[in-house]
Write a protein that binds this ligand. Sequence first.
Ligand code: GDP
Ligand code: MG
Length: 454
Amino acid sequence: KLSEEDKVRSPICCMMGHIDTGKTKLLDYITGNVQEGEAGGTTQKMGATYLSARNILEKTMELKSDTKLKVPRPLFIDTPGYEFYTNLRSRGLGLCDFAILVVDIMHGLEPQTIECLNLLRMKNTEFIIALNKVDRLYGWRICENAPILEAMKQQTKDVINEFNMRLNEIINQFKEQGLNSELYYKNKEMGETFSIVPTCAISGEGIPDLLLLLVQLTQKTMVEKLITYVDKVQQCTVLEVKVMEGYGTTIDVVLVNGELHEGGQIVVCGLQGPIVTTIRALLTPHPIKELHVNGNHVHHEVIKAAECINIIAKDLEHVIVGTALHVVGPDDDIEAIKELVMEDVNSVLSRIDKSGEGVYIQASTLGSLEALLEFLKSPAVKLPVGGIGIGPVQKKDVMKAGVMLERKKEFATILALDVEVTTEARELADEMEVKIFCSDIMYHLFDQYQAYIC
Ligand code: GDP
Ligand code: MG
């Protein structure tokens, strides 16, 4: 029988914001992954990280000596490389209980900040604003790990003036978007007015404040919401597909609710169709403090939400990142699940040119592929797409793109967004005269293509 404590699942927090505002850096700092990076232990890093209770206690000590967690430690999801893609951000946010919206104090609100803000409001997600990079203020005196008011006391008048000027400007920018915001320690109407925490992800000023606020937010608003213990998996998303030594192709997933069992049957989404397979092993990385046992994972027979898990199973090579994983229960209709799993991909496939005439596009995830398709369809571009691929460009992709050589030679090209091209694929492309364009920016891909056909 489950204890009351066991019934509460971990809250999930999403890092959001414009590119380069410091989302990853902040996450690394608050979860203590800094040491991990230095020890070269990055292989264990997943797209999601736990914030340990010890970390919270240590880092908030100066502000409050007895920060206790009534809910399990939060699980954080970063959005690596997803900066351009609304649909992926939206999916990541779909998993989250609350978010940290990161704003660069030197830049204020940027296009993706506003887009994130709109998503957050659309989904009615609670969030805290981290006003990051305060150390960039001219003349800032570093006060490592200091609560922000302590750090402020150490600054000159000029620094404080610049800080206030930029802060007020940003509060105004938020107001223009219809959002009230205020420094968290001046915020008297939590819920109505959003809290701003000034931070530095390099030397840690304001991090204790951010952590304390996170804990308070989760405890105040979340406890009831999180006691939704279910053993059936309702939401589980593939974050990453990766090859692991000795295990072959494996997937990292975020389990939002329910339980996963070793030996359980699952259905995941592949570009060629649904993949039905059996969980051979469920792994999680070792807790941070035991990181010196590099490469070791903890095996589990059962894992309950919320957790980021590495799943070992057969036939995972073609799984598409960003899609849902479904568990087949004893009473479930597997055919119905197979259809359900393919919904996302089918909606993308339905947008390819029916004649099959068009360029071939390749991206790392379904979300980025969707974004590229949308971009190429936009009135300013209007480039037909004849085929799609996900993951590194391989020989088979070149063969498919090569079909256009006899129909419309200018379409015998691959636009590869943020993916690698294998050596064999490159050789074959040269031989067949299929042109491959690579970039991690959609606009550049199109520019290259245009320069080529003109
Ligand atoms: P992301 O794109 O939002 O994930 O941003 P990153 O975490 O990758 O950070 C972008 C750049 O800003 C990196 O070079 C970081 O080292 C730097 N950076 C992040 N946070 C801070 C900060 O608080 N202060 C300063 N000076 N640089 C920062
Ligand atoms: Mg990042």
